[in-house]
Design a protein. Sequence first.
Lengths: 147, 147
Amino acid sequence: MATQSSETTESTESIERTLASGGFRLTGPRRALVEVMQALGGRFSADDVVEAAPGVGRATVFRTLRLLQDLGIVCQVVLDDGAVAYRLASGGHHHHLVCSECGVVSDFSSGDLEGLLDDIARRTGYQVDAHRLEVYGLCPACRALGA
Amino acid sequence: MATQSSETTESTESIERTLASGGFRLTGPRRALVEVMQALGGRFSADDVVEAAPGVGRATVFRTLRLLQDLGIVCQVVLDDGAVAYRLASGGHHHHLVCSECGVVSDFSSGDLEGLLDDIARRTGYQVDAHRLEVYGLCPACRALGA
DNA sequence: CACCTAATTGAGACGCCGGCTCAGTATGGT
DNA sequence: ACCATACTGAGCCGGCGTCTCAATTAGGTG
């Protein structure tokens, strides 16, 4: 369940700065939750966070998860079975590649997708405002192991 | 809330044929549910179906919804708020354009997306097996009304 | 047509995820 | 130090979907 100690995950300080600049308070529970999420790494469920932060109430976990999503610090991952997981966001707009074997999540972004959406907009007359894209498959490691 | 009396929605008979050829029984409740879903049109929640089919148990509605999904007769739509709706599928692989104003759903498919996914696979080393894409915006009608 | 077996059903309990309420607490500006 | 108010936690609530289990029914068979 390899904790990708990966890339651009935002530092605690930068997260705290983002909170502050949004006019939000920097409270104990919030600090604790950010730390917990960093420690969990990769992706985690709301309940993972609840269990890993015994001092913090369930409601606060959900509220904080939502707040951090609104601030772009945390993002949701829709798994292939429809379940929802969370993840510290590593930067701007991106999508997820989820390994259906080990569950590891990688990010990618694609300028091509924007072109594709423009095309859809043109063909359908819709004004396209947002989208969701999740991709499922086998990560290189699991490919190497399995068949 | 215009019930797009649209395109390629499969006929009752073809649905019954699909059930039969899968080795599933053609029961009263199943017939009733298919009719109800056709009458509901567009997209509907599981609960819409439950309410519109008073004679059929809740469990059966959910079971049938799942069965019809497996058979490709019904598909899920993930709405912009994360809620899930259902819809009679109109053919093969496709994606959804959901109007965030009136909720109407249109289908589209895109060969370009496949190319994009190939590209992702190449760049990341993942073996891409499946994906989810939902697009949100304003349908032409709502664009005309709203600003 | 009657019969038999396995698939299906319905009622209701259950579980998970997330939100709401409301009284109590803590933050951070003055 | 003080105060307004943002935040918290405990518990209850509600939606969505699944499970169990006894009763029913589809549809193949002789």
